[in-house]
Design a protein around this ligand. Structure first.
Ligand code: CO
Length: 495
């Protein structure tokens, strides 16, 4: 049976992916700087081998025959559909381009780590220019195969089914809704009592691990480590999350851990019988971000969660003084401040989408060739002034060099954060409505009802259905902004 042969092929490819994921984790967490160039070659070669396996003549022939086979189950049919899509994308790309782009992306990311540290825009401009050029070619070829504009082909890679038309409509509404909301909240929200540090890294890590355990993270099948940029990688049986620590302020690291735990729970909950098959993968990056943001923003910044977590946080971090500051109501205020800030990853949920919209607009201009890489810092500064009223002139580190994404070749990814935030609000509203024990559970540290709802409605479904069907099945409606608006108004305006 040709379908079976495809499954076997993809099992082998999944093992190469596994090796690649682990090398990538090691590269970001453990590798000494001198190992960078050889690692970039090794990772590029693994990408090439995976590409060769997908695009081989046998895979094409098996696909051709598998299309005619009858008696496939719903999961098998969905798997075949995903394999077709993978094949279509991979055959659009010459092997040499896959290798060159992966190598360039790894080297550029490595160079970015050093350049960002030194605010050295000139030191990274050349590598980014090369990566943009390779991505233009990559996007044009993918787009041709998929019948999409180049930028849409990049979006389609991360989140099939949520295209520029949906994103433009969503972002258009947010651009008019968020700035006046942010103004109002900044003018009215009380400031929290200060939380005095310092907070030694080891204590913050112990706190992070304890909260992860409560949320359902399985340490038999995962780890927490440190990297430049928090991420979740690895494998459902060995899920690696990272954070970074600031000893003066524990909230960014704690929130990053809770965010990445949301990603990790999705990975650990993927359908176990299909882990090595395309249908068993997570349903795209926006849905992935919906799971991290549901955990971070909807759950862990809520009054209920902080009632449960405040004594744990204090046990790890408080020094016996400033007792009022460690109470749940003060932590809640600290977790729900709104302010204009330069850094996306530290931004609050009201201003965060503005950071994403800025990147969405700039990356389209970069890829279309309308914005030369050399002009990126000025364009960034202009948009920061428009959307957030802040200047970044000369401060590249906290301007266009702050995020790893472009320097790692991830163009078309940023919109997923805001689409994910909107989805998260929609999913959490439905979950609360359908299971009365979820919110009560969160307040007493009982997360099983929430996790079981997420497993049934999102994690365990892999790519069985498309995003729109997933949302309709779990929430009763397609992607819309109503729940996100209602969430922000309830939390920040009290209605
Ligand atoms: Co995330």
């Amino acid at each position: 049976m040709s379908y079976r042969q495809l499954e076997d092929r993809y099992r082998e490819l999944a093992q190469l992916e596994h090796a690649s994921d682990m090398l990538q984790w090691d590269e970001a967490v453990m590798m000494p700087r001198g190992g960078g160039a050889r690692r970039a070659e090794a990772m590029a070669t693994l990408s090439t081998l995976i590409h060769r396996g997908v695009t081989s003549a046998e895979t094409g022939a098996w696909l051709e025959r598998a299309r005619q086979e009858s008696g496939l189950t719903a999961w098998q049919r969905a798997n075949l559909r995903e394999i077709e899509l993978d094949y279509q994308r991979a055959t659009a790309l010459p092997e040499a381009l896959v290798h060159r782009r992966r190598r360039a992306a790894t080297l550029c990311e490595q160079a970015w780590r050093v350049a960002r540290e030194n605010n050295d825009w000139n030191g990274i401009r050349g590598a980014l220019t090369e990566l943009v050029a390779l991505t233009q070619e990559f996007a044009a070829r993918l787009g041709e195969a998929r019948g999409l504009e180049p930028y849409d082909a990049l979006l389609d890679q991360y989140q099939p089914g949520v295209g520029r038309a949906e994103i433009d409509a969503l972002f258009g509404e947010l651009k008019s809704f968020l700035p006046p909301l942010a103004e109002r909240v900044m003018a009215t929200r009380p400031k929290p009592l200060p939380l005095p540090g310092p907070f030694p890294q080891a204590r913050q890590a112990a706190l992070g691990r304890e909260l992860m355990r409560h949320l359902g993270f399985d340490f038999e099948r995962g780890r927490l480590d440190v990297s430049h940029h928090p991420f979740c990688g690895g494998d459902p049986h060995d899920t690696r999350i990272t954070t970074r620590y600031d000893e003066a302020n524990f909230l960014p690291a704690m929130m990053a851990v809770l965010h990445e735990t949301g990603h990790a729970l999705y990975e650990q909950g993927r359908p176990h019988d299909w882990l090595d098959s395309p249908v068993g993968q997570a349903s795209g990056a926006a849905v992935h971000e919906s799971q991290s943001l549901l955990m971070e923003m909807q759950v862990c910044r809520s009054e209920e969660f902080l009632q449960f977590a405040a004594p744990i946080v204090a046990r790890h971090l408080a020094d016996g003084a400033h007792e009022g500051a460690w109470q749940a109501d003060n932590l809640y205020l600290a977790c729900t401040q709104v302010e204009r800030s330069l850094i996306r990853v530290d931004a609050d949920e009201v201003t965060y989408p503005l950071h994403v919209i800025l990147r969405y607009e700039l990356e389209q201009a970069l890829l279309a060739g309308d914005l030369p890489v050399a002009d990126l810092p000025q364009a960034w500064d202009a948009k920061m002034q428009t959307y957030l009223g802040l200047a970044t002139g000369g401060d590249h580190k906290n301007g266009c060099m702050q995020d790893v994404h472009w320097y790692a070749g991830l163009f078309g990814y940023f919109p997923c954060y805001t689409v994910g935030a909107v989805m998260a609000a929609q999913l959490f509203a439905a979950a609360r409505q359908r299971r009365g024990d979820i919110v009560a559970g969160i307040a007493c540290g009982e997360f099983a009802p929430l996790l079981s709802w997420l497993r049934d409605n999102v994690h365990g479904r892999g790519r069985l259905v498309d995003v729109s069907t997933l949302l309709v099945d779990s929430t009763g409606s397609t992607l819309g902004i109503a729940a996100f608006k209602a969430h922000l108004e309830a939390r920040y305006l009290g209605h």
